[in-house]
Design a protein around this ligand. Structure first.
Ligand code: GLU
Length: 515
């Protein structure tokens, strides 16, 4: 079998969204699994929708995800150029070949004439209003004009497009590795434009010519391209490349979280989650869309999450690093039906990967965030302690800095509910005694603090559970949070007893309804 060669072929018409990233990931996984090549091809034939920033954005996304192409624009390779706008003459000569062989034709119709043709057909009750094997006979094209007339028009510079001559009454069959046999009748298809009046090929022609010339073995792309596949199959045939046709793999749609329809920018906005991998600035409106990366997702989490949208590894395992994904990936386990986008699941993955990161590097994030956002200087040791304290409780690394604010400031507000429920003479005495006991120590570790607390409560005959939450409220203001004894260790006995004493006074006021 020849070497597997797959391509990710985005059109730079806007920010690449996560559906496109998933396509890139699946291509990469398959290439690596098969010891093949992953190629990036920029499909920029649609000049009207071209967005200059989009290509750099695509490349940055792939690099962030660690799925770097081995051939592509700026990388090079044996089959370049890899930007379609640089392959204009290639498409023109292949178009000429189809014209010469009678498989494509010039069409000189204006937009107005095409509209008129549709109007006429509509009035006559015809359902299919396409430019096709029937309607083409009534139009101005090289099938209805004489050779001389055509040449005259071409010489006079009359604008034209080239259309593919869709075969009449043909059943088109092809095998999709996910969907099985796909059958389409040519009567449902139109004579697609393959070369536009600006001399540039359309997506269909460029896509097929490039897949052939770049020796692509598998076309792995989103389901939205399935309706184009029959035309692509016919183009392969028209060029007599049938035996080199790639295998088709159309990936299932990514659906909105509720399963109702395709995931879109609008549904992402509504659900409050990103649809772009990285921050994307809309070049027209200037609006900035927050990306997964900027929201605090690690690329490992995003790649793991997206790879499970439509691919089922079998078994219960969900956590896969890139290596594991490559090892386990198979086209056979790609599903047909749409797959729901579940943002909570994405967060779950991020939480998992956060826990696997080196605490030293997370501490660096904490130190920087505290400095930048709160003007707080934090030592590397304290940074690491903060990470240890919160790592089980946060989803994004940027949450550490805000969550740890109580470490740097004593509480301004206290959980009133806890106080009303638990503050009484006995618990007051218990906190007081514990504070006094702490005064003896210059420092204390978590285990010692816990033991001291237990012993103290036993000695004054109070159930520790009646005091523990109050102790927490006195230290951090809130009634729940991470390991309290670790907090005592971090803040130290001096600060803790100070906070307890300060809080006791406030608790009295709160209980009396004065605060
Ligand atoms: N240029 C198409 C896109 O923007 C690629 C479709 C394909 O992979 O064939 O998605």
């Amino acid at each position: 079998m020849s070497q597997v060669r797959v391509r990710f072929a985005p059109s730079p018409t806007g920010g690449l969204h996560i559906g496109g990233v998933r396509t890139a990931i699946f291509n990469h996984l398959y290439a690596k699994k098969m010891g093949g090549k992953f190629i990036l091809r920029i499909e920029d034939t649609d000049q009207a929708r071209f967005v200059a920033e989009a290509e750099a954005y695509i490349k940055e996304t792939l690099s962030w995800c660690n799925i770097n192409p081995e051939e592509g624009p700026d990388i090079g390779g044996d089959y370049g150029p890899y930007r379609q706008s640089e392959r204009k003459s290639i498409y023109q000569s292949y178009t000429q070949q189809l014209i010469d062989e009678g498989k494509a034709y010039y069409a000189f119709d204006t937009r107005h004439e095409i509209d008129q043709m549709r109007e006429k057909l509509k009035n006559a009750g015809v359902l299919n209003l396409n430019y096709n094997s029937a309607s083409r006979k009534t139009m101005t094209n090289s099938l209805t004009l004489s050779k001389n007339e055509v040449n005259e028009k071409l010489e006079a510079g009359i604008p034209y497009v080239v259309r593919f001559k869709m075969p009449d009454k043909r059943e088109i069959r092809f095998y999709d590795l996910v969907r099985g046999w796909v059958l389409v009748h040519s009567s449902t298809l139109d004579d697609k434009v393959i070369l536009k009046s600006d001399g540039l090929a359309t997506y269909h022609l460029a896509n097929v010519v490039d897949d052939y010339l770049m020796k692509i073995t598998h076309v792995i792309r989103g389901e939205e391209w399935l309706p184009s596949a029959p035309l692509h199959v016919l183009l392969y045939e028209a060029f007599n490349w049938g035996s080199d046709m790639p295998d088709y793999v159309h990936l299932p749609l990514i659906l909105k979280p509720d399963g109702n329809g395709k995931l879109s920018k609008r549904s992402a906005d509504k659900g409050g989650f990103p649809i772009f991998p990285l921050n994307w600035t809309d070049p027209c409106s200037g609006e900035i869309y927050e990306g997964f990366r900027e929201m605090g997702f690690s690329s490992n989490a995003v790649v793991n999450f997206l790879s499970l949208l439509g691919w089922n590894p079998g078994g219960d395992q969900e956590i896969f690093d890139l290596k594991g994904l490559i090892k386990n990936f198979s086209i056979e386990r790609i599903g047909k039906s749409g797959t729901k986008f579940d943002f909570e699941k994405a967060k779950w993955f991020n939480q998992h990967y956060l826990k696997t990161m080196k605490f030293e590097s997370l501490a660096q994030v904490v130190i920087k965030d505290l400095r930048d956002e709160y003007s707080i200087e934090c030592s590397p040791q304290l940074g690491k302690q903060i990470v240890e304290l919160f790592v089980q409780r946060v989803t994004f690394s940027r949450e550490f800095a805000s969550a740890s604010q109580f470490i740097f400031h004593q509480p301004q507000l206290y959980d009133q509910k806890v106080i009303h429920k638990k503050w009484n003479e006995k618990s007051k005495n218990a906190l007081n005694v514990y504070a006094n006991k702490l005064d003896v120590f210059s420092d204390i570790n978590g285990d010692e603090a816990r033991e001291l607390f237990q012993r103290t409560m036993v000695s004054i005959q109070i159930n520790p559970s009646k005091v523990l939450q109050l102790l927490r409220v006195s230290i951090m203001g809130e009634g729940s949070g991470p390991d309290l004894m670790k907090i005592i260790e971090i803040l130290g006995p001096f600060e803790i007893s100070k906070r307890i004493r300060n809080a006791m006074e406030q608790f009295d006021y709160i209980k009396a309804g004065l605060l």
